[in-house]
Design a protein. Structure first.
Length: 113
């Protein structure tokens, strides 16, 4: 039972972290959009604020890297939990995942190639 409690706690925190990263990325995208709209509205030349924009976009790229790392860690934690009999699946908390099963259509395309 203790393993199940730990597993669920970790699973919830993984989900919270993933959503927080997504929210941070959304806010940075809004900042980029708002900055660009502000530049246009105030009729400033495109060169104005270019360096700042480059830094903000670079930050978005870094958030994307963090997101990829957390997603990879999520998959690894699920494997660890399964290998050690730690329950972690929560009713009602599931999210749609990418279907990693090969599709029949993909097999046909491979055969045609």
């Amino acid at each position: 039972m203790r393993n199940m409690q730990v597993g669920i706690r970790v699973a919830r925190q993984v989900r919270t972290a993933e959503h927080a990263i997504d929210q941070a990325m959304i806010e940075v995208c809004r900042l980029i959009q708002t900055s660009l709209e502000g530049r246009v509205e105030t009729r400033l030349a495109a060169e104005v604020g270019q360096s700042a924009l480059e830094n903000i976009v670079a930050g978005l790229g870094q958030l994307t890297t963090v997101r990829a790392s957390v997603v990879a860690g999520h998959a690894e934690l699920a494997t660890v939990a399964d290998n050690h009999g730690i329950g972690w699946r929560m009713e009602g908390m599931g999210e749609s995942k990418t279907d990693t099963r090969p599709s029949a259509q993909l097999d046909v395309v491979k055969l045609a190639a």
